[in-house]
Design a protein around this ligand. Structure first.
Ligand SMILES: [Ca+2]
Length: 461
């Protein structure tokens, strides 16, 4: 069998409920991703390995948990560290086995060197910020960002000259350049990460739309870790009602539709070149975004589904059944890494610890996870650890440096508004998840599971 081409589209901060086909929300339009899902698998229980950029991307490159590869927070934080250099990298492994590796878009310091010019095995890297020079050449005025991270409509920019259109142009060129060899192309759009800056037609379409609050909106934060109040203070959004968040939510919806339209252009090029049949296409993102959920912005210091649950779509004609929606737990970054090596027929080094998505949706004997697990270590406003474990109904979050831990019944409280930690009615479930968290941390050698934390994680006996 000829090795397949692999196209990974890995965006930044795309919420799971912001895929139209998931039918969780009005006003979200992603027809191209919906079509991709109809032709492949869409995983309904995929969660971020860690809900922050640099370490999530380091997990994607190394196939390892953050505590293993050692990249904990984003590069602008007090612990500024890439994945340990001794870890084999996904792109290098693919390149060594004959893949032509290209990359367009975001790189966030997840490795000790940036991609490109042969570094990391990447033959052709086109950075997202190269768009700036392109825009200047076209004479499109520079966007005045007068609303900070809350976003600004890019009304001077036509849709076919936007950052997303330019990135899709680069990816299309990379597909054309690679069509004689098996290729691995990564497209890492920096969108829909705030600040959202949709081009004129998309911004116009959403500018007056009334969009419903997220299920997690209206959180009083009562009985929750105090650090979340601090986040509201840092963002200066204490007491904001939905009307105040709405302009940002509209921009977020608009940029997602613009992203989807440009993904459609790339997929159409694959089809035009006759490459769709032998190309594994994966769409996912590093993690979600609050965008007003829980009265918060961005992602920090907690483990709510707004930022943890992610879209994950995989299409590979003849290999992945069309239209399936597996509900097995996926740890996004590490499982995508594992699956790409597996699809390419490359033995994974021992440092790759994820699951194979293809087997998860085709082989009932392949061991799936009983629980989903995620880690967190802090961000640019300070170090702070969290560990999350969940089954299909309950979630336990361990806050070793917080003021309390959290426990949610996701069936009766999908917005995760009511912290049930210590509530005797859910006692057996809390005890079970605490044990599962401890067991998971011991199994993956998470150093936070120690003599000092054992009693705290396992809880009252
Ligand atoms: Ca991110």
């Amino acid at each position: 069998m000829n090795p397949p081409n692999i196209l990974l589209i890995h965006s930044d901060q795309h919420r799971y409920d912001c895929i139209g086909g998931h039918k969780l929300r009005e006003g979200i339009h992603t027809p191209n991703l919906d079509q991709l899902a109809a032709e492949g698998a869409t995983f309904s229980q995929a969660f971020a390995t860690i809900p922050i950029c640099t370490p999530a991307r380091a997990s994607l490159m190394t196939g390892a948990w953050p505590h293993q590869h050692g990249s904990f927070t984003i590069t602008q934080a007090e612990v500024d560290r890439a994945a340990r250099p001794e870890f084999p990298l996904l792109t290098e492994l693919l390149s060594t086995e004959g893949y032509r590796v290209s990359w367009t878009g975001k790189y966030h310091g997840e490795t000790t060197q940036p991609p490109g010019a042969g570094r990391l095995g990447v033959a052709d890297y086109r950075a997202a910020w190269d768009y700036k020079a392109y825009r200047e050449r076209l004479g499109i005025p520079e966007l005045v960002r007068d609303n900070g991270y809350f976003g600004t409509a890019d009304l001077d920019c036509p849709a076919d000259r936007s950052p997303l259109a330019w990135q899709a142009d680069q990816v299309i060129e990379q597909i054309q350049d690679s069509s004689k060899a098996p290729f691995f192309i990564r497209w890492d759009p920096p969108e829909p990460h705030l600040p959202c800056e949709p081009s004129q037609p998309y911004a116009e379409k959403y500018k007056d739309l009334d969009l419903d609050p997220w299920p997690s909106f209206g959180d009083t934060l009562e009985g929750k870790p105090e650090i979340l109040q601090r986040q509201r203070r840092i963002w200066n959004i204490e007491g904001w009602d939905w009307e105040k968040f709405l302009p940002t939510v509209r921009l977020y919806h608009a940029i997602i539709e613009e992203l989807d339209a440009n993904i459609g252009r790339v997929l159409a090029k694959l089809e035009e070149l006759g490459l769709s049949e032998n190309t594994l296409v994966i769409y996912s993102t590093d993690h979600g975004d609050f965008c007003g959920g829980h009265g918060l912005m961005d992602k920090q210091f907690c483990m709510y589904d707004d930022i943890l649950q992610v879209p994950l779509i995989a299409r590979w004609p003849g290999k992945i059944p069309a239209g399936v929606s597996p509900s097995v737990f996926v740890s996004n970054s590490i499982d995508i890494a594992q699956s790409i090596l597996s699809a390419a027929g490359i033995p994974a080094p021992d440092t790759f610890v994820g699951k194979d998505l293809l087997k998860l949706c085709t082989d009932p004997t392949y061991p799936s996870r009983e629980y989903a697990f995620a880690q967190y270590f802090g961000t640019q406003t300070g170090l702070y650890s969290c560990r999350m474990i969940r089954d299909h109904r309950y979630k336990f979050v361990y806050h070793p440096t917080g003021t309390c831990h959290e426990f949610y019944d996701l069936e009766t409280d999908p917005g995760e508004l009511k912290n049930l930690i210590g509530n005797p009615e859910i006692g057996p479930h809390e005890k079970r998840l605490r044990q599962a968290l401890w067991d998971t941390m011991i199994e993956c050698k998470d150093r936070l599971a120690s003599f000092w934390t054992e009693k705290e994680i396992l809880g009252p006996t």
